[in-house]
Design a protein around this ligand. Structure first.
Ligand code: GN1
Ligand code: MG
Length: 370
């Protein structure tokens, strides 16, 4: 079915009034398919995000939307209490005709939410203050959700940041080698296996009672934050599908993985992939300025390690998907996942080289805010 016709039907199902005037499919995001629909409602143009949920990744849309609607309702109250604007600072989902927040149509699972106008996302940072701003946003997000009942959250993707499990998955994919690609990526496989001891560190800290489980976002890529066109301030954390109980090290770490890389995630020229220490410092400052007092000593001590482990894990996931025949992440060309994996592993090496400096930065900034 033609996209415009399909989106028109979805708009009707979700009770959107007016005439659909245009549909644009966004390119960011490796999992779901996101369309911006513009509707003319009696001369007033309104925008909606009409999204196809990837049900290969999110197997239980009812649980997914339970989490997301629960969290956004909770955040709306927090934001209002703090004098903010809930319509700009968190997402607003629309119910479908049957009252649920998702709807199966044409063999796809859909959801709709309001488009936040006069806002933009960033994929690569030109000005370090942007990243400090992002750090504050994710720090504030974590703080705002600290009172959310963790036990009410479903695990939307099982073992999402279970790094030992991710490594086991890689080994299984190497053994199965369904596309016959394993022999071609032996250096990358060796790179992953050589760091197997690192995968156990965070879970051991948890078992030893040194770091707590928290409500975390788990996908803190810079492009999961909206910035305001006028003030240039970060306003809203988006992409809430992986909100689950997790560790602060994941949220800090994944943000560094993406934002402190001097290149984008799919840069092929590996000499361009470096860790920017000034950017690392900016994010650390933003993050710790909002949540230093809430973190345990062991959390602070392992923030830099968290960045390395999230980068390593993401590299493993891209490599695994490459071996599996690209069934998880959206790709735009044949070896896209391999390019991404190499990029992430190069960044891991960079972080290993600069680990002492990263730890010194965290330590220095923590002392300012604790
Ligand atoms: C995916 O959906 P998106 O593009 O924000 C992935 C993250 C990865 C990221 C790598 C649900 O995030 O875990 O870190 O790609 N999300 C899911 O860019 O797997
Ligand atoms: Mg996203």
């Amino acid at each position: 079915m033609e996209l415009i016709k399909e989106i028109m039907d979805i708009c009707n199902i979700f009770g959107i009034e007016g005439d659909l005037t245009s549909v644009e499919t966004l390119r960011d995001g490796h999992i779901n398919t996101t369309n911006v629909a513009v509707v003319n409602d009696g001369g007033v143009f309104k925008k909606y995000l009409v999204q196809g949920i990837n049900t290969h990744v999110f197997k239980y849309p009812d649980r997914l939307m339970d989490n997301v609607v629960g969290v956004t309702s909770f955040l709306r109250e927090k934001i209002a209490e703090n004098g903010g604007d809930p319509d700009r600072e968190t997402l607003s989902f629309l119910p479908a005709a049957d009252g649920k927040y998702y709807y199966f149509y044409n063999d796809k699972c859909w959801r709709v939410y309001r488009y936040i106008d006069d806002a933009y996302t960033i994929n690569i940072i030109k000005n370090a203050s942007v990243f400090e701003n992002a750090g504050r946003s994710f720090g504030r997000f974590q703080k705002n959700l600290s009172g959310y009942p963790m036990e009410s959250l479903y695990e939307t993707i099982k073992d999402f940041h279970n790094t030992p499990k991710r490594l086991e998955n890689l080994k299984a994919s190497v053994a199965a080698d369904v596309k016959g690609r394993a022999s071609e990526v032996q250096p990358e496989i060796d790179f992953a296996l050589a760091r197997s001891a690192d995968t156990k560190v965070i879970l051991k800290l948890y078992r030893d009672g040194l770091i707590p489980l928290r409500v975390t976002h788990n996908d803190t890529k810079l492009n999961n934050i909206l910035f305001d066109k006028n003030t240039k301030e970060s306003i809203c954390v988006i992409d809430l599908d992986t909100i689950m109980p997790g560790f602060s090290l994941y949220d800090f770490g994944d943000a560094i993985r993406f934002g402190a890389n001097t290149a984008t995630e799919d840069e092929k020229k590996l000499d361009k992939v470096q860790l920017s220490l000034p950017l690392f410092e900016s994010f650390t400052r933003g993050f710790l300025s909002t949540c230093a007092t809430a973190l345990t000593k062991a959390e602070v001590k392992h923030l830099a390690f968290g960045a390395k482990i999230m980068t390593y894990e993401c590299g493993i996931r891209f490599l695994t998907d490459y071996l599996d025949g690209d069934v998880y992440f959206k790709i735009r060309y044949d070896d896209h996942n391999l390019i991404r994996a190499r990029n992430q592993f190069k960044l891991v090496e960079e972080m290993e080289k600069h680990m002492d400096e990263m730890n010194e930065i965290v330590d220095r900034i923590y002392k300012e805010y604790a």
